[in-house]
Every structure is written in structure tokens, then in C-alpha cells.
Design a protein around this ligand. Structure first.
Ligand SMILES: [Mn+2]
Length: 333
């Protein structure tokens, strides 16, 4: 399968060609695009004779540990004293996203980055940034096209992780022709899609499901069913044996109900800080609502962390959501 696009920044190819020891870095709280793209790039560069080092501040999440090479990713402390010719940041919207690994990046005599966030301030020496790319993985695949390389099975598993994660398993609007061309090239490599999908997306830990059950019990609707909210507290975490990561994604169950345009998920387990996540479907937008409470994020996904009386704040959040959803959708249906 042929690439639609090549590498836009020829300096990237020159930088990679002239480096011997390459440090590849990703972002804090790494996801399937970050880890998959780092590993795919690492494998590509190894095939080109480079010595590759992979660095993440945070551990690789459990669902991505099966990816080939995941065990070779090290925290910055274990790479102190190594010499690198080039540091390449992958999927990092800004330098701070690397967390403690940013120090190693800055120590590199030359730096480059491969990223797909439109807001990227081009912090590296060479910046291959395409805000239209569905994921960093597709940009690594473009690089493979420049090298006339087809993904082998191991690289294909890593690319599958990248493209299926950042497109919401090919559901988000960023999913485009390039994503599917890359997917075709991944499938041609003969990977076990079901095994990879199960590892990355389908397996859920029991505490997550128990917390999901309690969250669903708390589900309530307002604004005539156009808004939904869920609330969980310390007792829900305790009864589920869950930690905060287990709450990831639960808000989507509230959003993906017919008629719902906006949802919020409030975590009141910390007496000093209320955490609220917001989600919306177009034309609604939630970044401005999160901003009312000192938070922020994207148009359709945002959040905040704030002190104060949880009841009162949640009440204000619901009012703001209701006001907007009425303004945006009244008369539409
Ligand atoms: Mn990404």
C-alpha cells in the first residue's frame, strides 16, 4: 500500500541519517499512539543500523506491554550518562509533555520531533509536525515510505496500536484515507488483529467494571435528556477496589446515549479537590465550561480540578451545561 504523503521536513531525514545513537522520547501518561509510534520508529531505525534508546517518564500501561520492544523502554534515570547524537520526541504536543524525560532531550546535541498536534510550538531543531495527521503512527509510516520499507509483523503491531488508539478504533473524525491505507499495510504484514485488539482495547480490569457499574447507578439526566451526569466518591473507589485510572473512559457511557449532547463525570473522592470531566458532541463544546472552573482541554473533551463545595460546583457546572445545550440545540429538533 502506497503512502499518500511523505515527510514534509527534509531536515528530519538528514538528521536521522547522520545520527548513530538516537534517543526516542514520548509523553507522560503514554497512550497507544505514543508507545506504538516510539516502538515502530525505534524498530525502523534499528533496521537502518542505528543504536536506539527509548525513554518514557511513566511506565508503559499494562495493555501495551505486549507490544514488541516495550520492555526496552526505560525511565530517564536509567539513561543518565548515555551519549546520544539525536533526540527525537514523538507525539509530544510541547516539550513539557515529556515530563522528566525532557531533560535528556535538551541534553542532546541535535533534536527533532514527529507530532500531529496542531498547537505544537515547534520546540525541536527539526520539526516534522502535521496537525492533520490522524496519529503519530501514520507519520512514522510516512517515514517508512521514504525508506521504501514495508512494516514487518512487529512494526505492524506497533502501528496498529497507534492508529487504532488515536482514531478511537476508527470512529473519530480524524480517521481518514491515510489511516486506512496504513491499516491495510498493517493487515498485509499478517498481524493477529483480534489478539492485538483484545490486548489493547477489549480487556478491562475487574475494578474498572465494578466502578463502571457504580458510575452507571449514579447516572442522571437534565436539560430534557440532552445532558447526563455521573458522580463517584471515595466509597465507590473503595467498594470497587479501583484506583483513579480505572475511571478512564467511563464518561463516554454517559455521552453515548441517544439524545445526549453533553456529559460530565464528577469525582468527589478527594475532599480537597473536585475533578470534573466534560464531553460533548457537536455543535456543543465543553472547553469553555471547564474554563469556568480553571480547567481546559479540547472543544469536545475537557476537564477541571477545583476546590470548594462539590455540591455547589457541580450545580453550577450543570447549569452552565444546560444553558449551553439549550442555546445550541433549541429549535434544532
Ligand atoms: Mn497521538
Amino acid at each position: 500500500m502506497r503512502q499518500l504523503k511523505g515527510i514534509g521536513e527534509p531536515g528530519l531525514l538528514r538528521a536521522l541519517d547522520s545520527a548513530e545513537n538516537v534517543l526516542i522520547l514520548g509523553h507522560i501518561s503514554p497512550d497507544g499512539d505514543c508507545v506504538g509510534s516510539m516502538l515502530a520508529l525505534g524498530a525502523v531505525l534499528k533496521k537502518r543500523g542505528k543504536t536506539v534508546f527509548l525513554c518514557l517518564q511513566d511506565p508503559v500501561p499494562g495493555n501495551l506491554r505486549f507490544l514488541p520492544g516495550a520492555e526496552s523502554i526505560l525511565p530517564p534515570g536509567q539513561l543518565e550518562g548515555e551519549r546520544f547524537d539525536l533526540g527525537v520526541a514523538v507525539d509530544c504536543a510541547d516539550e513539557g509533555r515529556m515530563g522528566k524525560a525532557a531533560r535528556l532531550f535538551r541534553l542532546c546535541p541535535a533534536t527533532a520531533q514527529i507530532d500531529h498536534h496542531a498547537t505544537n510550538p515547534r520546540y525541536a531543531g527539526v520539526n516534522e509536525v502535521d496537525g492533520k495527521a490522524s496519529c503519530a503512527g501514520c507519520m512514522i509510516w510516512r517515514l517508512m515510505g521514504e525508506y521504501h520499507m514495508e512494516p514487518d509483523r512487529e512494526i505492524a503491531e506497533c502501528l496498529y496500536s497507534a492508529i487504532s488508539t488515536d482514531t478511537g478504533r476508527f470512529c473519530f473524525s480524524c480517521t481518514d484515507e491515510e489511516t486506512f491505507r496504513c491499516a491495510a499495510s498493517v493487515a498485509a504484514a499478517g498481524i493477529d488483529i483480534n489478539r492485538c485488539a483484545r490486548e489493547i482495547h477489549l480487556l478491562k480490569e475487574a475494578p474498572h467494571l465494578k466502578l463502571l457499574g457504580r458510575s452507571l447507578d449514579s447516572l442522571s439526566f437534565f436539560a430534557g435528556g440532552r445532558c447526563a451526569s455521573m458522580v463517584i466518591g471515595a466509597e465507590d473507589y473503595a467498594a470497587s477496589g479501583a484506583s483513579r485510572e480505572h475511571a478512564d473512559g467511563i464518561i463516554n457511557y454517559a455521552l453515548n446515549i441517544p439524545g445526549v449532547k453533553m456529559a460530565c463525570f464528577a469525582d468527589i473522592s478527594d475532599p480537597d479537590a473536585l475533578r470534573i470531566s466534560f464531553r460533548a458532541v457537536e455543535p456543543c463544546h465543553v472547553n469553555d465550561i471547564a474554563a469556568l472552573f480553571g480547567g481546559g482541554g479540547h472543544t469536545l473533551a475537557a476537564g477541571c480540578r477545583t476546590g470548594g463545595d462539590p455540591r455547589e460546583i457541580l450545580c453550577r457546572a450543570r447549569e452552565a451545561m444546560e444553558a449551553q445545550v439549550r442555546e445550541m440545540t433549541d429549535g434544532m429538533e
